[in-house]
Write a new protein. Sequence first.
Length: 277
Amino acid sequence: MNRRDFIGSCLGCYLSFALTGCTSTPVTNRKQLSIYPDSVINRQASLMYKRMIQRSKLSDDKDQLKTIIDIGEKQVEAIDHFFKKLKKPNPVADYKWEYNLIDNKMANAFCFPGGKIGIFTGILPYTANKDGLASVMGHEIAHAVARHSAERMSRAVAVTLGTGIADAVTGGAVSRTRDAIGQITGVDVVDSTLMRPHGRSQESEADYMGLIFASLSGYDINESVRVWKRMNKKFGKKEFPEFLSTHPSTKTRILDLRGLIPEVRKQYPSLNIWKNF
């Protein structure tokens, strides 16, 4: 096979790869590249979560942990009702949910694929109450529902494959140039410009979906704005400019949330199906 045929074959494989891996996110129906099986990602995430929990100091605040579990279970049930009403498969129906409260001053929370949730005690002063905590947990759970981790991994594979094709076209110039100046050119430029906005779009998408899940669960989603106001009061001056960040700026986030809340409250009111919470 000559070089021209080889490049054509590579491009054909790349296009086939991109097209067959194209899916849509639930709720927003945004197109996303997703080629990693959930079973693989969930298994890896479960192992990572287990190691993290083993290495972390867990809080002994049982009441706060119970609150976290209650909020999580309500949102998981709300998500199930939500997709049943839409007559669509629940993307997290097979998740094995776990909840841990980690004794750490960092203001952080996460939900790994497979339903592995961690709340750091450092974020509790900013959530302040159940409604604030529900808004944060809804956001993190939304990342899992939208399969954002799978999307990021798929993009990384696509970028790697694209590098190989670019090297075939240029005779290895992309890799040589990237190695020579510290990985600032070639596909890394694409990664630092085109990939970052996708990160922000995922965060904004999770904000929107998180509001829906929290509202369906019966929580006051207006508190989401107050959470970010409290965060901004503490960290606002330390924030990176938005164009250098994978996250929307706090001010942008607050404005976007304010704009979304009336729509979400109207279209996705509380399911009112809980009696024991």
